[in-house]
Design a protein around this ligand. Structure first.
Ligand code: PXP
Length: 243
């Protein structure tokens, strides 16, 4: 059974709208775990637009399952990651003007700089994952750079305009799982997954972790974080592949 990782960034987005102390993403993480999350994911962005250093510190102290920190390849953030030592770091591209992470990291292009950060984090005992598009060259470069896992960008699937297009992206994701596994990499998935579109992705064999944020936090506004996470966990379980 694949892990459900809940990204709690947008709880902090609401807090930062008023620059106050509520809602607390650390509290959200506890509620998410009580609802069945097996991993808590957060992104400490360079501009600290949602999660801040205090949140990262407290999440490290309180998360009882697995802590996954999304991060850019920036020295300041890598220093914090080495100090914090979360269970996993997922390297993502980061642009200030974007609303959320758009597409995967270009590991082929930035291989040298990326490998340096991967080595630092790996030496600290952290599992390092690359958030990449389902592309063989990116997968091979991720292996070369020393990543232990890849998180395949599911935005292409989520944003597909027709069922045919969605099926084509699913086919690409399946082929990429095979390629990543042939390199000995663990395979995760994330971005744009919702209660409505997650079933076909959950049914794909080979994913060991799903990182889902916006849809769960949105639903949590109406039913509470614990129930929102439990619903998503149920959907994953009901649709999971038996392979
Ligand atoms: N995985 C990664 C690497 C991400 O950057 C994000 C967005 O922060 C997610 C998963 C979650 O995406 P969403 O909020 O669309 O579920």
């Amino acid at each position: 059974m694949a892990r459900l990782g809940v990204n709690i960034d947008h709880v902090a987005t609401v807090r930062q709208a008023r620059k106050t102390d509520e809602p607390d993403p650390v509290w959200a993480a506890v509620e998410a775990e009580l609802g069945g999350a097996q991993c808590i994911t957060f992104h400490l962005r360079e501009d600290r637009r949602h999660i801040n250093d205090r949140d990262a510190r407290l999440l490290k102290e309180t998360v009882a399952t697995k802590l996954n920190m999304e991060m850019a390849i920036a020295t300041e953030i890598a220093d914090i990651a080495c100090e914090l030592a979360p269970d996993q770091c997922t390297m993502v591209p980061e642009r200030r003007e974007e609303l959320t992470t758009e597409g995967g990291l270009d590991v082929v292009r930035h291989a040298k700089a990326i490998a340096e950060v991967v080595n630092r984090l790996t030496d600290r005992g952290i599992v390092v994952s690359a958030f990449i598009e389902p592309d063989n060259a990116q997968i091979a470069a991720s292996k070369e750079c020393g990543f232990r896992a890849v998180e395949l960008w599911t935005g292409g699937y989520a944003h597909a305009k027709t069922p045919t297009e969605g099926q084509a992206v699913l086919g690409k994701l399946k082929a990429s799982i095979g390629a990543a596994k042939s390199h000995g990499l663990e395979v995760h998935a994330g971005h744009g997954l919702t209660y409505r579109n997650v079933a076909p992705i959950a049914a794909v064999a080979g994913f060991s972790e799903f990182n889902i944020g916006h849809s769960i936090v949105s639903r949590a506004m109406f039913v509470g974080m614990r129930s929102a996470v439990a619903e998503m966990a149920r959907l994953l379980k009901e649709n999971e592949s038996n392979n």
